[in-house]
Design a binder for this molecule. Sequence first.
Ligand code: F6R
Length: 606
Amino acid sequence: MCGIVGYQGREGARDILIEALRRLEYRGYDSAGIAIWNNGTVRLARRQGKVSDLAEAIGDDGFNGSMGLAHTRWATHGVPSERNAHPHKAADITVVHNGIIENYLELKETLKEEGHTFTSDTDTEVIPHLIASLLSKAGSFEGAVRAALRMLKGSYAVGVIREGEDILIAAKKESPLLVGIGDKEFIIASDAPAIINRTNRFIFLEDDDIAVIQKGTLRITNLDGDEVERETRSVQWSGAMAEKGGYRHFMLKEIFEQPRAISDTLIGRIQQEEGEILFEELDLPDITKVRKIWMVACGTSYHACLIGKHIFEANLRIPVETDIASEFRYRDPILGKDDLVILVSQSGETADTIAAMKEAKKRRLHTLAICNVLGSTLSRECHSVIYTHAGPEIGVASTKAFTTQVCVFFMLMLYLGKRLGALDNDDVRRLIGELRKVPHKIQTILDASSSIEDNARENMHYRHFLYLGRGINFPTVLEGALKLKEISYIHAEAYAAGEMKHGPIALIDENMPIVFVSPRDQTYKKTCSNMEEVLARKGKVLLFTDDTRHDMAGRVDALFVVPESIYELQPILSIVPLQLMAYYMANLLGTDVDQPRNLAKSVTVE
Ligand code: F6R
């Protein structure tokens, strides 16, 4: 997830752009860059590291002008480095980009044949080359940008300038972009917080919009060149709220970002028509020889592994062993010579997970990381890596990292299933179809978040909660209970529902709410029986299900219905109301939600 910003106006662009980059840094930063247009020429500066490094590098020596573009990068294609940093320039065209161009390899090949030379590993660099190559045929800068955008597959928010033309063009598809309207100036940005210090009037561009800013005027057209009307909106946010995109906490923002985070994780990897999953970055040994797969991680990432095990075993029929990284590293696990070890980590810096990876490597096993931070230790040191494209996760409690990790496990299962002959093209097509519906389904849960907040208000005074689920939703309740305890400090314990009778049932009375996750899957009837047992002991049942006609509806204390999905994907939906419930309880109790006591975002020590 990168941040982009562009300026055209009467004042010097440099300070405005640098200040906006500083405000965008929370979106992720491994490098930053700026391009300034001054009397028809464009100067570029890029640096690996923080925005402050870039600001220092450009100094004061006349690096200024009336128009410019800037970018803060969170790498997805190509390691963090100066040459991969944006803006990217080809001939007289300069571009900043946020998003992922799915067909960049194809475009790059064609452009190379035309004689274009590439200097970075990014998908973005094809955009300025493409625009430059289309200029003479299109007849105008704007025409060339429009023609290029029509050829791009994937997602983009772009800002484009050209030497010699006092025009700033901005366009978007599936990545956010807005135009801020200031006093005789226009500023484009990935989000409002970046520029809230200069204006609170915004036009939120829609997919396929192209905004052309020229000599103090703004014109918005669609990809066919027809003008479109967009409403100007005013937002009233405090500075702190603006950084969090108007949300009270990063955690809430990140919960609400899940539809986008999942879409970004799927982009460029699913080919539904072909029934194929593309993992360009993956370089696995002969998978038919693998006798056992290990999934190893800590905390929330470990819960994603527990779900991964269900997804893999149900479809691939390969034994999967899950392990907590701090156990794996010391217990001398019995590893077969062809076993595959998958290590999962949002940060890629968790000490125990890194130690587990080293242990597996010492035993000469292939290690595969599922990781959210490009260039992190785990992603660098494993043999292969698949990135979740969740964007930076700032709230200490992990939310969007978890759901994107489960999506990666699902895609990896499809990928391996094809190679092992366990799934055919039709199976993969159908399952991709289900996966693609997930972001929209999550959105419908988020749209109903106020009912979860009401429920949280009613129940926040309880000091102990029990979470119960079965099958693939046992890990879901483990994760739900972890969310509640870590941010609200309410004691929450999770069990496989079948285990209730073997001990925890002794705790149940009218002061113990029990959270059940009970979709209509193969475990449904059994979980209903567990609910009966709880109700018989005057326990309070909060039920999360995908079944509007659940057998227990009307008898439980609260019922929340999530959309239906297939067994393997149901946890991604069921966890969202549990994340929200934990968040709302903590917020109502007034805890420090984003930085709960005693916890750190990245546990780099043992
Ligand atoms: C819980 C949480 C932690 C992390 C764990 C592993 O909300 O965030 O349990 O999941 O510390 O961190 P990563 O995934 O960065 O290895």
